[in-house]
Design a protein around this ligand. Sequence first.
Ligand SMILES: [Zn+2]
Ligand SMILES: [Zn+2]
Ligand SMILES: [Zn+2]
Length: 421
Amino acid sequence: MDLVASCKEKLAYFRIKELKDVLTKLGLSKQGKKQDLVERIFAILSDEKAARLGSKKEAVAREKVAKLVNDAYRRMQASGEGDSPSKGQVSSDISNAKAKGELEDSFQPDVKVRCICGSSLETESMIQCEDPRCHVWEHVGCVIIPEKPMGGNPPLPDSFYCEICRLTRADPFWLTVAHPLFPVRLTATNIPTDGTNPMQSVDRTFQITRTDRDLLVKQEYDVQAWCMLLNDKVLFRMQWPQYADLQVNGVPFRAINRPGSQLLGANGRDDGPIITPCIRDGINKISLSGCDSRRFCLGVRLVKRRSLQQVLNMIPEEAKGEPFEVALARVRRCIGGAAGNDNADSDSDIEVVADFFGVNLRCPMSGSRMKVAGRFKPCLHMGCFDLEVFVELNQRSRKAVAVSYLSEELFSGAYNRGPLF
Ligand SMILES: [Zn+2]
Ligand SMILES: [Zn+2]
Ligand SMILES: [Zn+2]
């Protein structure tokens, strides 16, 4: 019997515990039904294309998998087959526990490929997340989606953020603490021939550990289901498919606050429902279906609510933001008072040439006198707004563009606090 065949036979005997052991050592996702786990290991063992090409790298990968499978099989036999599955659960609880804490500081540097398809194998065509703290790779074919289904291979974007980093920037009022379910893509369950939208769905399990549970006792922590359109023009927001039907442990949750047939506008913004009330210790089930022709992914995260003051504190002080001289030079350029005329062909809409320029100290949002003037760095106009009022309005009104703009600026540190004049 050859290597692959003997491995496949052993895999058939594996319980979830052995499957998870092998997947952990391979750095692959452990999410999914038992059959998914088996197939994930199977995929490496029976990569026909690689076998035909005789790729050395793939051969090494197969040998590594075969060895892991053999080792796990031997351990399983040594410990006796009768082990209860709950024992396996405990050990994975412990290994999960150390990965908790604020993810922003504890991204495991050894995980390089993490894709919505669930495979962490390297392929020829990969794209890397821009965020320097992430730098995860995904498969181009999985995440770069053409505008039209038959649109051919779209060009690679100049900058690419993985779904996790897009989510982080989607709402500054939530801090991601852990990802019980990393984003997984929805798959079409039927392709209608009459031009109507296909049904798509995903069905997964995720684990809530004791560490998660301890956090969830506190009021500011929650479990949130989230969904994202893969090729959304507004990068940093959630979006659910049309006619979204979300269920957690059999309990339906309302994913969207609009009619199922209505599309989300450019300024619109979907939220992630809080699913904490029906979460239980250990394994939880989540399913999502929708009727939509676009491509989505679904995830579950553990979040901590940020207060208004905490969001305000994220805005860099002048010392860490834009230096005063740079801000002043920019303002001078924009009122045409700078030496020389280097922007003669610039857009006249944004350029003001004047000897005298009045600035209104009334915040356009609140109508009151500004306390701390705020303005986005790329803005070329003189008008400001009251920073605190702006952040507070974002917390309440949740307009996609404003919220994502706010968080993008917050996370890139390109936002100024303090007097600008
Ligand atoms: Zn992939
Ligand atoms: Zn990323
Ligand atoms: Zn502006």
